[in-house]
Design a protein around this ligand. Sequence first.
Ligand SMILES: [Zn+2]
Length: 177
Amino acid sequence: MADPDARFREHPMARSTEGKLQPLAMTQPFPLPEPMRVALDCARAAADAGEVPIGAVVTRAGDIIATGENRNRRDHDPTAHAEMVAIRAAARTLGTDRLTDCDLWVTLEPCAMCAGAIAHARIARLYYGAPDPKGGGVDHGARVFARPQCHHRPALFPGIGEERAAALLRAFFAARR
Ligand SMILES: [Zn+2]
């Protein structure tokens, strides 16, 4: 049987900007790291409020300093994606616009807008759950961090909690059909 973690180890972007491999302890699928469990809770809360179930968490030195969930409908705000909500909250909490030593955990591959915000915020590491071939902007579509114009690239760890994140989205959209 294939090594289930091989794709994390082999992911070409699971490297720092200096090309060093990142520690892989947090990329193991089981047990799910606490920040991703909290992000999934945020996604569930968003679904309960009638929003697309996506959640995000910002951590610093292992501590959760901000959470976010999709709020587009509630706030009448097309930019209120879970990542944007969490990044804004973290920046306010820390009193800075540079989240240099912070990590972002999000249940779905960020879109191009959120990837841009992640670069502006100087997020160190991005952990995401399910890939998003239709709307993603990290490993699909615009591939924001792979552009030469991108001034900051976080280390990438896709597929963390992927099954649970994808199941939430499937259930949400199935219920709306
Ligand atoms: Zn987004």
